[in-house]
Design a protein. Structure first.
Length: 260
């Protein structure tokens, strides 16, 4: 009897990724809310706050451009294949994969490739809405591309957390609740008011919030041009969050591999 032979990391990765990408159209109940809810709040915030914000801000303050990165972040944060992974755990599919020679890291990274496809699509749609309402990028087409890539990098960085929860618990409710950790990141920051306009205690908290630096980087691409310092801080914030969440996710994967 011949035993299955390892096929190589890249082939394993692409096999898992193809399966994960093919499942995306089959889950409209997960994709449609992630697309519509940020657009809804973007429209409501503009309708309710634009006149007040622009009347009290600098002469050239564009509230629509200020809010577009917030809508993007809400669109891409927490979007992952973690619920699919839970299904694989509950049906025993993951256990079957773990007794094959497939590279263990490819099981997780392949799903993350599908996450990249999804968050790129979501961020692109929200950006198009921004263009429709009149947002324009000082950095041009290259700035739009950088904006989408940075937004998608944040979405990918955050996915490590729901994957860690999925692998630790195998519970879909726990995975769905994982998004709640984002709310302090979202609201204890300069999401709705510029950093200098926050009260002293909230401004202090916001300075330690990685989302603050991500928002500043995204906003600089729209309104200021290529501000290297802002972009580096944004990349550092994404990288720091990704380091933490990916460590949690792959530690959880290693634990499940060992314990079954």
């Amino acid at each position: 009897m011949s035993l299955a032979q390892p096929s190589g990391f890249l082939k394993d990765l692409m096999t898992v990724a193809r399966r994960a990408v093919r499942t995306l159209p089959r889950e409209p109940e997960a994709i449609i809310p992630a697309m519509l809810i940020p657009m809804f709040f973007f429209a409501v915030n503009i309708g309710a706050l634009q006149d007040v914000a622009e009347s009290q801000g600098p002469p050239d303050f564009d509230f629509k451009a200020f809010q577009l990165p917030v809508a993007i972040i809400f669109a891409v944060t927490g979007v992952s294949r973690a619920n699919t992974l839970v299904t694989d755990i509950q049906t025993g599919y993951l256990d079957k994969m773990l007794i094959t020679p497939v590279k263990r890291s490819a099981l997780l990274l392949g799903m993350m490739i599908a996450d990249i496809v999804l968050v790129l699509g979501l961020s692109s749609l929200v950006t198009v809405v921004g263009f429709v309402v009149g947002v324009r990028f000082e950095t041009g087409i290259l700035g739009v591309l950088a904006f989408l890539l940075l937004s998608s990098a944040w979405g990918l960085a955050f996915t490590g957390f729901p994957y860690a929860v999925a692998l630790r618990t195998g519970n879909p409710a726990a995975v769905n609740s994982a998004f709640l950790i984002f709310f302090p990141f979202a609201f204890l920051t300069s999401a709705f008011v510029p950093l200098d306009g926050l009260t002293s205690w909230l401004r202090t908290i916001a300075r330690f919030n990685p989302v603050t630096y991500l928002l500043e980087a995204l906003r600089s691409l729209i309104s200021e041009g290529w501000v290297v310092e802002s972009l580096l801080k944004g990349l550092g914030a994404v990288g720091g969050v990704g380091l933490v969440t990916f460590t949690l996710a792959f530690s959880a994967l290693n634990r499940r591999v060992k314990t079954g």
